[in-house]
Design a protein around this ligand. Structure first.
Ligand SMILES: Nc1ncnc2c1ncn2[C@@H]1O[C@H](COP(=O)(O)OP(=O)(O)OP(=O)(O)O)[C@@H](O)[C@H]1O
Length: 294
């Protein structure tokens, strides 16, 4: 589907109330029996129950139309559930952002301003917050360094490759120092080599920060390489069918190229591939509602 160029969300929650008592104390996000039916009658999500804990890297994997983007937009506060609740930051807080608990979103397109330099693009969300120049300068430098673009801060988007534009987009998100990073197929349009490199760099950034990531992808390989947990979804209606922790080497940090050709990696790919086959079969047959926990 077409992604819109949304500003960083500054939304208050639509409902205060008691959180699910089962929700764990370190939950950064929790979807509690979330349903979504769009105005045209499309039932995008059906009773999704999902919890994302602090420090996790969770990928949402599933066929086209299973509601991955819809769920991510609800996590960002850009869409409201038709039924159920989304909770942010544990039991008591039902708002998307507070000064010390923020989220940022990265879309499939880099969505950079073409007339502004890399540095100006990355600074934009900080300018919108009226941050002092000395502080924003430091943040921009740090973010550009993290994504390996520090030598390109004066460049304009048209002068950058697709991969570099995506790095700038990630830097713009990181400059806000988010606790939660939501990424909607950010590397889907890149060639495989660039994608693998960005995956490796993203994994490193995640492992070095106090950062929780929810990442939407169609790629089994990308999901296994990046994630501490992969949530598999099926369509019609969109729902979670499996929740697979990736407990392979490097779970606490770096995953190197050797991991990509290891038996553990292949094993996880096989498990996820079987679930995706099941997801596609259920699409054809009308669906079942059990969630597998691997
Ligand atoms: N604004 C909207 N209005 C109506 N229907 C929508 C809207 N956005 C998404 N949908 C529908 O909701 C369902 C889920 O869409 P969504 O984009 O969340 O799926 P997805 O898993 O992210 O798909 P893809 O991988 O192709 O991006 C699809 O049937 C889609 O056509």
């Amino acid at each position: 589907m077409k992604r819109d160029d949304h500003p960083m969300p500054q939304l208050a929650a639509w409902e205060q109330g008691a959180a699910d008592p089962a929700s764990s104390i370190d939950a950064v996000l929790s979807a509690q029996r979330v349903e979504k039916t769009y105005r045209n009658g499309t039932r995008a999500l059906d009773e999704v129950k999902l919890e994302i804990r602090r420090g996790e890297f969770v990928s949402l994997l599933g066929p086209s139309g299973c509601g991955k983007s819809t769920l991510l937009k609800m996590f960002a506060g850009l869409e409201e559930p038709s039924h159920g609740h989304i909770r942010w930051w544990g039991k008591n807080l039902a708002t998307v952002g507070t000064p010390d608990r923020t989220l940022a979103m990265v879309f499939q397109e880099a969505t950079l301003m073409p007339w502004a330099s890399v540095q100006q693009n990355v600074r934009l969300p900080l300018d919108l917050r009226h941050m002092l120049r000395t502080e924003s300068d430091a943040r921009v430098q740090e973010a550009l360094k993290l994504v390996g673009l520090d030598r390109f801060q004066g460049a304009y988007p048209r002068e950058l490759s697709g991969g570099m534009q995506m790095r700038a987009s990630i830097a713009r998100a990181l400059a806000t120092q988010p606790n939660l990073l939501l990424m909607d197929e950010p590397f889907g349009a890149l060639d495989e080599f660039t994608r693998n490199k960005l995956d490796a760099d993203l994994r490193k950034i995640w492992s070095e920060q106090d950062l929780t990531v929810v990442f939407v992808t169609h790629s089994i390989y990308e999901a296994v390489y990046l994630s501490s947990r992969v949530v598999v979804m099926a369509a019609r209606p969109g729902r979670v069918i499996a929740d697979v922790p990736i407990e392979a080497p490097g779970a606490g940090g770096m995953r190197d190229d050797a991991f990509r050709i290891s038996p553990e990696f292949m094993g996880y790919c096989k498990i996820l591939s079987d679930y995706l086959t099941q997801a596609n079969q259920e699409n054809l047959e009308g669906g079942s509602h059990d969630t597998a926990h691997h």
